[in-house]
Design a protein around this ligand. Structure first.
Ligand SMILES: NCc1[nH]cc(CCC(=O)O)c1CC(=O)O
Length: 305
C-alpha cells in the first residue's frame, strides 16, 4: 500500500475523528503510513451565523471534496450527518465504521434534566430539528441559536448565555468529555439527525487499492442503518433547512427506520416508523407515506419562515 494523505478539518473533534479512523486502518494494515492535511472549510470561517441561513451542511465538506477530486488528498473523514445526501461525481463513501452513541444529550448549568428546567429557561441550539423536538416536549422553554465548536458552546452556557445546550453524544464521547452530560435524551423524545454518531470515509471511486483497505473497517450494520436514514433524507432534500430527523436500527435481516418532520415551533410533528429488508426502499417508502400524512406541506411551510 502506498503512503496516504488524509484531509481533515482543523477542529479538535474533526482531528480526533480522523486520528481514530487512521488508528483503525493501522490495525487492519500494520505499518501503514498516513499524513494529515488540515483544510479550513467555509463552515469553519463563519461560525457566528446560523448555518441554515448561510447554506447549510455542505459548507463543511466542499473544500475537502475539491481536494479529493484534485488528488491533493486520498481520503477524508466526515461526520456522516454533515454530508449532503448527494455526492459529487467521482467520489464515494468507501467505509462507514461502527457508529458511536447516536443520541442527543442535554448539558445544563444546574445539572438539571430537560423535564426539570424551570419554565422560560433558555436552551441553546442552532438545529431546527432539536428546536422543534425540545419545544414539542417543553413548549414553555425558549430556544436560542448557538454556534461554535463543542468547547465554545459549553463555555457560552457556563458564562450564562444559556441555561442548557443540546449536543450530539457522539462528539462528547469521542472527545472524552462525556462527564459534561446531564441527560442522554431518549430516542423517542429527541430523534437523532440522519447519520448522527456515524463517520463517513470518502475517497475517489476509482481508487481501488484504497477502497479494498477501507472495506476492512466498514461496519455493515451501521452502513445499512445509515443507508435507510439517507434514503429518507434524499427523498426530502431541496427542503433541507427544516426540522427533519431519522434513525434506523438493524434487527437481523430487517432495518427498522423512524422518521420525523416537524414545524420549527414543535406545534406540529409527523413521526412514523417502518421496517423492511431493503434499506433504500424502506427510506423512500417511509418518506412517501409521510408526505401523504402532510410532511410535504410542513416542509414547505418552514421553507417560507
Ligand atoms: N452539528 C455539528 C456536528 N457534526 C457532527 C457532530 C458530532 C456528532 C456526530 O458525529 O454526529 C457535531 C456536533 C453536534 O451536533 O453536537
Amino acid at each position: 500500500m502506498r503512503s496516504l494523505i488524509v484531509g481533515t478539518r482543523k477542529s479538535q473533534l474533526a482531528m480526533t475523528q480522523t486520528s481514530w479512523v487512521v488508528d483503525r486502518l493501522k490495525e487492519v494494515k500494520p505499518g501503514l503510513e498516513v499524513r494529515m492535511e488540515k483544510i479550513v472549510t467555509k463552515g469553519d470561517r463563519i461560525l457566528n451565523v446560523t448555518l441554515s441561513k448561510v447554506g447549510g451542511k455542505g459548507l463543511f465538506v466542499k473544500e475537502i471534496e475539491q481536494a479529493l477530486l484534485d488528488g491533493r488528498i486520498d481520503f477524508a473523514v466526515h461526520s456522516m450527518k454533515d454530508l449532503p445526501g448527494e455526492m459529487p461525481e467521482g467520489l464515494v463513501i468507501g467505509a462507514i465504521p461502527r457508529r458511536e452513541n447516536p443520541r442527543d444529550v442535554l448539558l445544563s448549568r444546574d445539572g438539571k434534566m430537560l423535564a426539570e428546567l424551570p419554565p422560560g429557561s433558555v436552551v441553546g441550539t442552532s438545529s431546527l430539528r432539536r428546536q422543534a423536538q425540545i419545544l414539542a416536549s417543553r413548549p414553555d422553554l425558549r430556544v436560542e441559536p448557538v454556534r461554535g465548536n463543542l468547547d465554545t458552546r459549553i463555555r457560552k452556557m457556563r458564562e450564562g448565555q444559556f441555561d442548557a445546550i443540546v449536543l450530539a453524544a457522539a462528539g462528547l464521547y469521542r472527545m472524552d468529555w462525556q462527564s459534561e452530560i446531564c441527560e442522554e435524551l431518549p430516542i423517542n423524545v429527541m430523534l437523532p439527525a440522519v447519520g448522527q454518531g456515524a463517520l463517513a470515509i470518502q475517497c475517489r471511486e476509482d481508487d481501488h487499492e484504497l477502497l479494498s483497505l477501507l472495506a476492512g473497517i466498514n461496519h455493515e450494520q451501521t452502513a445499512r442503518a445509515v443507508r435507510a436514514e439517507r434514503a429518507f433524507l434524499v427523498a426530502f432534500e431541496g427542503s433541507c433547512h427544516m426540522p427533519l430527523a431519522a434513525y434506523a436500527e438493524v434487527d437481523g435481516e430487517e432495518v427498522h427506520l423512524t422518521g420525523l418532520v416537524a414545524q420549527p415551533d414543535g406545534k406540529e410533528v409527523i413521526k412514523k416508523s417502518m421496517r423492511g429488508k431493503d434499506e433504500w426502499a424502506v427510506g423512500k417508502q417511509l418518506a412517501k407515506e409521510m408526505r401523504e400524512l402532510g410532511a410535504g406541506q410542513l416542509l414547505a411551510l418552514s421553507e417560507r419562515s
